[in-house]
Every structure is written in C-alpha cells, then in structure tokens.
Write a protein that binds this ligand. Structure first.
Ligand code: F6R
Length: 271
C-alpha cells in the first residue's frame, strides 16, 4: 500500500486527476470504477479542467459506479446517476458515451440478486476494472460495504448502518425520503480491480484512515482488506493523515516512489 500525503484537498484532487489522465493516455479504452460523495467532487472538477484543456479524452472510457441507492431512479436528484451527470458526465458530454457509464440501479419489484449478478457480468465483459476510485466511510466502509460485509462479497443489496445514514443525512432536506438500502459492488468486486486509489480528506476521516492503514484486517473494518491488495494508493490531505502512525516512513517512501515512477511510469500492469 502506497500512502501519499498532500498539503490540501486541491492538491489531492490534482494528484488523482493526473493519475487518471496518465492511465487513460496509456490505455484509451480503460475501465474506471467511480465513487460519489463529497470527497471526489474536487477530483471531478479537475478532470473537467483537463478535458477542457484537451489533456484527456473519455471517448473510449467505460465507467462503473460503486453503488446506487435502492429504489431511486436515475432522474431522482438523490440518485448517484444524477450526481455523476451533474459533477462529471454532463460536463464532458460531447465526449463520453453514456451507454458506457454503468450503475447498479435496482427499483422496487426488481430482483436485487439478478441485478447484482448482471452488474458483475458487465464488469467482466468490459475486461474488469483497471482503476477503482474509492472514498472512505467514517465507519470504514468502502462502497456501501458496511462493517460485517464479507470480503468475498459481490455486487448486492446492503442495508445501511445508522452511522452511514446519519453521515449522509446532510445531503437530504428535512422532509426528503432518505433510503436505508443501496446496491453496492462487493468487497471482492473492488479487490478485483487492477489498481485502486482511495481518497480521504478532512479530520473526520483521520481515525478511519489510521485503521485502514495499520488496523487489524477485519470485516468490522471493511477498508482494512485493502492492505492485501497489491496495487493500492491511499491519497490523503494533511487533516486526514493526522493520525497515521509512522508518517515519516510514508512521506519518505512517497518521495522515493515518485522518482521511480517518473522514470519508469505508472500502472505497469496495464497493457
Ligand atoms: C460513494 C461511496 C461511499 C463514500 C463514503 C465517503 O459512492 O461508495 O463509500 O465514498 O461514504 O463519502 P464522503 O466522500 O461523502 O465522505
């Protein structure tokens, strides 16, 4: 696991956007796994800038979002499809083929098991995910894999914990319906990505970040399983990194890795 600490949230967004640019310029038809939430908004803004400067094109990119609320259709302003259109897809509209942007949408009456299986098949048919972007829940969730999620899990429906419902209530108006279930890629789906970049910013993520990097690997803390993936980069701002043990080691390793990556490139497993 590589840990990169940036001064500010803007610098985090910049760094991740440049990884994505590098990846797509290396593999034009790359498949990206994307996240919603507050954390990646600055990243998407930066990608739009790069796109407008003709530094990257998404013409041949396929995307799979991590999750979607249960029984919320794509036009609902609370849907993650709506979120992605608003913060990214509409802004690069001329270029992106929306039929290549996938979400695990499951409406009432539809069988979540079948929709989960179909999502997995679509990912496999696309050649698997080259780079998965993740945020981090304050309870250690990745996607909506809440504590106790199986490390073997695939895309499926999950009931959200009260902690996640409370954390996300800031995004809903007082009388607005807030779903308590969501479809989410499973932990095993996420671990099958060839590369993973997890982004965390803000002091409120510092405990979860510390547990992710050096806590015991346990389904009580789903993000901890990322310790076992061979190509994970955790990119933090200073606030989110404030409780990381052994921080000098990571700062030093990041400097050395940067030199090597500038010489030999990134994403060497992608052809
Ligand atoms: C969103 C997702 C979640 C969020 C996490 C952090 O698609 O999968 O795991 O990444 O809840 O959310 P924010 O960024 O809002 O703190």
């Amino acid at each position: 696991m590589e840990v990169i600490i940036c001064d500010t949230q803007e610098a985090v967004a910049d760094r991740v956007a440049n990884y994505i640019k590098y990846l797509i310029n290396k593999k034009e038809n790359a498949t990206l796994g994307l996240a919603t939430g507050s954390t990646p908004i600055k990243l998407y803004k930066k990608l739009i800038e790069l796109y407008n400067n003709n530094e990257v094109t998404f013409k041949k990119t396929t995307t799979f979002n991590l999750d979607e609320y249960y029984n919320i259709d794509g036009d609902n302003i609370q849907s993650y499809r709506y979120f992605m259109n608003k913060y990214l897809f509409n802004k690069i509209d001329i270029d992106i083929d929306k039929s290549k942007a996938h979400f695990p949408i499951c409406l009432e009456g539809e069988n979540p098991n079948l929709i989960g299986d179909l999502y997995e098949k679509k990912i496999i048919n696309a050649g698997g995910i080259d780079l998965q972007i993740l945020g981090l829940g304050s309870n250690g969730h990745i996607g909506f894999n809440e504590p106790s999620s199986s490390f073997m899990s695939k895309t499926r429906i999950k009931t959200l914990t009260q902690k996640t419902i409370d954390d996300n209530s800031r995004l809903f108006n007082k009388n607005e319906y807030q779903p308590n279930m969501a479809m989410t890629m499973g932990i095993s789906t996420i671990l099958n990505a060839k590369y993973i970049i997890l982004i965390a910013t803000g002091e409120n993520k510092s405990d979860a970040v510390n547990r992710l990097i050096s806590g015991a690997i346990s389904s009580k803390n789903p993000a901890s399983i990322l310790q076992n993936h061979k190509n994970v980069i955790v990119i933090l701002d200073e606030d989110a990194s404030s409780k990381v043990n052994n921080i000098d080691y990571y700062l030093n390793a990041a400097k050395e890795n940067k030199k090597l990556q500038e010489q030999f490139g990134y994403f060497h497993e992608l052809k």
